[in-house]
Design a protein around this ligand. Structure first.
Ligand code: ZN
Ligand code: ZN
Length: 402
């Protein structure tokens, strides 16, 4: 009898648990979880002007959930002693580093120079990463050129260094790099992805170059470095127009759509201004419950993220027939939500709808083939590379399936 009562109680308790879990899930699903990260940063491992731990510390202290230091042609795994330059001495890099990290710092001086050992990825990750709160992803900016045209491709969650490729054209160099990333990913069975950096830097990579690629999924629609020409010029389209033109082509070729990333490409950590490449200018917000590389990469490959230079979204909701955007507003700031799309029979992406305010829904029309949203604001940036820029966000293009 006692056993029967106990088992009845257990049944009731477990069904209550199911109910709680069920309702718990429903509530969870309503609130989207966003992870903030910057996938393009430089340190003393290449041409950035601070130690990895100092740079990562800035991102950790500024509410980012993940960071990738993407130095040129290195994955920060060697024994390297960095000799401080005159500029580094003026920036007091060693004093600042010692103040923040004390006995962790390894430095030695002789009559000619002061050298500091750069901590490897494994070392700085072990010190600073915080499970479920702050993730450090390994990266490399694979840095090549063709006839002086810069071809820079970041590889997020890379495991083995990839050498810059050579070839007979910009497209060949890019394709070889992408192929090397896919080869490594398949061989190691570890998710990783390439993103093409700042195509308008030196106007190295054209829309037509992108069109010829296979397996190209991500590029920088916004890069915070002052020299990268996001907006284009008289003879070159902006990265945003480039994005749409590439996607029209990819759609017609039955290739997956290209997704847009915003990054800092930060190099300068001691002086600030429009002519410097500083932190906090561009990032991605990835919709993922889990803070781990595989989950973030899966979400990004699914288009579940947006690029931002300051606008935060509460929600992006897509159903079979509509797309809803909800802004998480700053006090006193005005927003406009613009839906842009490519429609059958068209030859470019055009504005489909525009709403002033913090929430808008676009219902897909039967001519729509892909649609994306851009959210603009009148909020001034804290540290813009171009003082005319105001805070924005870009959601990823979604394919409309009839
Ligand atoms: Zn670059
Ligand atoms: Zn870079």
């Amino acid at each position: 009898m006692e056993n029967l009562i106990r088992s009845a109680f257990q049944k009731i308790a477990s069904s209550l648990l199911v109910v709680t879990l069920f309702f718990g899930c429903t509530i969870e699903e309503e609130k989207q979880v966003w992870q903030k990260g910057n996938l393009h940063t430089h340190s003393f491992w290449s041409d950035g002007n601070d130690f990895p731990e100092m740079i990562i510390g800035w991102y950790k202290d500024h509410d980012y959930q993940f960071i990738a230091l993407s130095d040129h042609n290195t994955i920060a795994d060697e024994n390297r002693w960095y000799a401080l330059t005159k500029q580094d001495l003026e920036n007091k890099v060693l004093e600042k580093y010692k103040t923040a990290f004390g006995a962790w710092v390894e430095a030695k001086s002789d009559t000619t120079s002061t050298r500091v050992r750069l901590k490897t990825y494994d070392e700085y990750r072990g010190l600073i990463e915080d499970p479920e709160k702050f993730l450090i992803i390994r990266s490399e900016e694979v840095t090549a050129a063709w006839e002086k045209k810069p071809i820079h491709i970041n590889v997020t969650n890379i495991q083995e260094k990839i050498e810059p490729a050579q070839g007979n054209s910009v497209v060949e160099v890019m394709q070889k790099t992408l192929d090397r990333v896919y080869e490594q990913r398949e061989r190691l069975a570890i998710p990783m992805f390439a993103h093409i950096n700042h195509p308008n830097f030196g106007y190295g990579i054209s829309t037509d170059d992108f069109k010829k690629l296979n397996g190209e999924r991500f590029f920088e629609v916004y890069n915070g470095h002052p020299a990268v020409n996001n907006a284009g010029n008289e003879s070159h389209v902006s990265t945003e127009i480039m994005w749409d033109l590439i996607n029209i082509h990819y759609l017609n070729q039955n290739k997956p759509l290209l997704f847009g990333i915003a990054t800092d490409d930060s190099h300068h950590y001691h002086t600030f201004g429009a002519d410097r490449s500083n932190t906090g200018r561009g990032w991605v917000m990835v919709q993922s419950q889990k803070l781990e590389p595989a989950a973030l990469i899966a979400a990004m490959e699914n288009g579940d993220f947006y690029a931002s230079t300051g606008v935060t979204l509460k929600k992006i909701e897509q159903t079979q027939n509509k797309l809803t955007i909800v802004v998480d507003p700053e006090v006193g700031i005005d927003y406009e939500i613009i839906f842009l799309g490519y429609q059958s029979g068209g030859d470019d992406v055009k504005e489909l709808a525009r709403t002033k305010g913090v929430k808008a829904t676009y219902t897909f029309g039967k001519e729509d083939l892909f649609v994306r949203a851009k959210i603009i604001s009148n909020a001034q940036k804290d540290s813009p590379p171009n003082t005319k820029e105001t805070k924005q966000a870009w959601t990823q293009p979604v394919l409309i399936r009839p």
